[in-house]
Write a protein that binds this ligand. Structure first.
Ligand SMILES: Nc1ncnc2c1ncn2[C@@H]1O[C@H](COP(=O)(O)OP(=O)(O)OP(=O)(O)O)[C@@H](O)[C@H]1O
Ligand SMILES: Cc1ncc(CO)c(N)n1
Length: 288
């Protein structure tokens, strides 16, 4: 897309998250900024929606008026040189159009689109009529899209892939509808490994496999992975290397997720009943 900003050697990449807020800190803008910091980036954030959510689920969504999302983007791009953008929850069609307009106008060098539709808890985060705008306007502007199995099926208007062969086929089908590169996440498939499929701009499919961590605390895995790719891509040789490193970071954060004990009401710690967050902690990186 656009041209990169020239900065002094070793300067942190400046990365923007355009996404929704998760007050529990596990997903959304909060997860994105933690990921940027843990991986050595400088994070900026344009908020598209507030959510009321916890580890148990989403109880409310309050979209920011699209004109004000545009105003945030204009203010930022007029002043700050952005090396990479990650787009997460965009809530509705008007916001999707405002984000697409800004990406066309400011043409940042790297755009990673996580086409967030439904939270881990099963709650909807995107108005159904916005799926069309996501497909027709945002998808072609992204250098990489990172759908999970349900989001891929929704974008393709088909059934969710049930096995590795179908997942691979759908990753290629997403390129056929206009995505430049695709990272189709197989996290919801069963098996001893968590395998994702990266389709590069030449149509080559590469598998990325990690040990499946036995934990219920998977809130924000998708946000973390897409943010990690965005912050790592400017300093990486190629997309595969950035995605591989991002997945290694996520797997480490998942491995340490059960150490976080954020549950509690009153004065007592209590385990959360929902899906807890993954553990971002820069000092543990690159500890495995
Ligand atoms: N238990 C696990 N162990 C290791 N890796 C996992 C596990 N669950 C998911 N992953 C990995 O996490 C990343 C996100 O995948 P997933 O399919 O969960 O995305 P998502 O549904 O978009 O996430 P979110 O829960 O944030 O909505 C992928 O790289 C996937 O392989
Ligand atoms: C704000 C927000 N964005 C994304 C997700 C997806 O996990 C979530 N739960 N909340």
């Amino acid at each position: 897309m656009g041209r990169a900003v020239t900065r002094p050697p070793g300067h942190p990449p400046v990365v923007l998250s355009i996404a929704g807020s998760d007050p529990s800190g596990g997903a959304g803008i909060q997860a994105d900024l933690k990921t940027f910091s843990a991986l050595g980036g400088y994070g900026c954030a344009v908020i598209t929606a507030l959510t009321a959510q916890s580890t148990r689920g989403v109880s409310g969504v309050f979209p920011i008026p699209a004109g004000f999302v545009a105003e945030q983007l204009d203010a930022l791009f007029a002043d700050v040189g952005i090396d990479a953008v990650k787009v997460g929850m965009i809530a509705n069609a008007e916001i999707a159009r405002a984000v697409a307009d800004a990406l066309r106008r400011y043409a940042p060098p790297v755009v990673v689109l996580d086409p967030v539709m439904v939270a881990t808890s099963g709650d909807r985060l995107l108005a159904p009529d916005a799926e069309d705008v996501m497909r027709s306007e945002l998808l072609p502007l992204a250098d990489l899209i990172t759908p999970n199995l349900d989001e891929a099926a929704a974008l393709l208007g088909t059934q969710r892939a049930a096995d590795a062969d179908e997942t691979r086929a759908q990753s290629l089908a997403l390129r056929a509808i206009g995505a430049r590169r695709v990272l189709l996440k197989g996290g919801h498939l069963v098996g001893p490994e968590a395998t994702d499929y990266l389709v590069d701009s030449d149509g080559r499919v590469q598998e990325l496999t990690a040990e499946r961590i036995d934990t219920a605390n998977t809130h924000g895995t998708g946000c973390t992975l897409s943010s990690a790719v965005a912050v790592l891509r400017p300093g990486a040789d190629d997309w595969f290397t950035a995605v591989q490193e991002a997945k290694a970071y996520l797997t480490t954060a998942l491995r340490h997720a059960d150490e976080l004990m954020i549950g509690g009401t009153g004065t007592d710690y209590s385990p959360y009943s929902g899906h807890g967050p993954v553990h971002h902690f820069s000092a543990m990186w690159p500890r495995r």
